[in-house]
Design a protein around this ligand. Structure first.
Ligand code: ADP
Ligand code: MG
Length: 367
């Protein structure tokens, strides 16, 4: 490799390793000891807020069973990168930028918890996503979306469809995604809020939703604004693939209408029906321009009235499973119940009981 490349590799590695402070390494060790993973591999992704690592769990009986691939998302606690996230949380003033390390860490833990919790909702609702397996502070272990050799599925952005019906495939993926968005909204009570070709993985005609730490419930004051943004991003991407997309307004109504299907194949059928009943394609430039204006107006009409409306993320985090609307879907077989067997630990006990583990910050010392 050329010098520059090598230097970049080195710095990438250094960056990747930076996040593994003493506390994080202790958590990973715990996860190894508890049999969640046997080995942790290199970074699949290094982001601003989190790194994602590949990991492998070797089976007890290697003759009979194959190794299981897993993914570990580690939120960065060291760097303050949550400024642009302020819109997603509330009580922002309580987590002012530049605040002390403790608050920062608390914040990161909240983000990890939110992701874990939201993934569980998606998974319980049968939306394709990584199954969440365990959470400890800012470290989240989940199902690996990829092949047996440890290659992750591509992001939708990088997906290369093949065959002589590629246009058809793109159309079906678009329809599939609109169905997922409605199901997410109606069944999980969530708006993704960062939905784009970067946070969707693709494999074998199936879309997988990832990166849901910023997803919000309907009662978030900006939720409909986020939904509109999601719809726009999705539309922009699929139009670039040559898909004949529906109007943003039509999609918005489809996703938010309380009446209607929430399951396939009825979801897809309902969307195909929207194509059938839509007004004829604008024939003149003027008509097309008017449609575009209508789209713009729609995109801008839900600007929230009061910007200081505050969404209390802590309140949300404190909600007990009992209070969640879809608790029956959350019957939790997936989470490793955490018993603090480690010496010197003092678990303060999570509100979610077995669901969220490891609220205890005192058992791992930071160097
Ligand atoms: P970020 O907050 O950094 O955007 P993401 O959750 O989007 O984090 O993950 C970053 C990347 O890591 C994704 O684009 C995807 O390529 C990869 N990734 C994340 N989760 C998984 C998973 N469960 N299985 C395989 N790859 C994953
Ligand atoms: Mg992402």
């Amino acid at each position: 490799k050329q010098g520059q490349d090598r230097d970049k590799d080195k710095s990438d590695r250094a960056t990747a390793e930076l996040v593994l402070d003493q506390r994080t390494r202790m958590i990973l060790l715990q996860m190894i000891n508890r049999g969640l993973v046997s080995e942790i591999h290199g970074a699949i992704s290094t982001g601003k807020e989190a790194n994602v690592y590949g990991a492998v769990l070797y089976p007890d009986n290697p003759d009979a069973d194959e190794p299981i691939q897993r993914a570990i998302k580690i939120y960065k606690t060291a760097i303050l990168v949550f400024k642009d996230r302020e819109r997603y949380i509330a009580g922002e003033h309580r987590f002012k930028a530049g605040s002390d390390k403790g608050n920062n860490r608390k914040m990161v833990k909240l983000w990890a918890e939110k992701e874990f919790r939201n993934l569980r909702r998606l998974h319980a609702a049968g939306i394709a996503c990584p199954e969440p397996l365990m959470l400890k502070l800012h470290v989240l272990v989940m199902e690996f979306l990829g092949d047996k050799r440890g290659y992750a599925y591509p992001r939708l952005r990088d997906a290369r469809l093949a065959g002589d019906d590629v246009d058809d495939q793109w159309h079906h993926l678009y329809v599939q995604l609109l169905g997922i968005m409605r199901r997410l909204y109606q069944v999980c009570n969530l708006v993704h809020a960062d939905l784009s070709e970067y946070n969707i993985l693709y494999h074998d005609k199936q879309l997988y939703i990832i990166d849901v730490s910023q997803s919000v419930e309907h009662d978030h004051p900006h939720s409909l604004e986020f939904l509109r943004m999601d719809i726009k991003n999705v539309g922009d991407f699929f139009r670039r693939q040559g898909v004949d997309t529906l109007q943003d307004r039509t999609i918005f109504n489809f996703i938010t209408a309380p009446e209607g299907p929430v399951e396939e194949p009825a979801l897809s059928q309902a969307i195909e029906h929207l194509y059938e009943i839509r007004p004829a394609v604008a024939e003149t430039d003027e008509a097309a321009a008017a449609l575009e204006v209508d789209n713009e107006v729609f995109r801008n009409q839900y600007i929230p009235q009061t910007l200081d409306e505050v969404y209390d993320i802590e309140k949300d985090a404190d909600k007990k499973v009992d209070e969640l609307v879809y608790k029956h879907m959350l019957a939790d077989r997936t989470v490793v119940e955490e018993k603090e067997e480690d010496a010197g630990s003092s678990d303060e006990g999570s509100d979610e009981g077995a669901a969220l583990s490891g609220d205890d910050e005192s058992d791992v010392d930071e160097s």
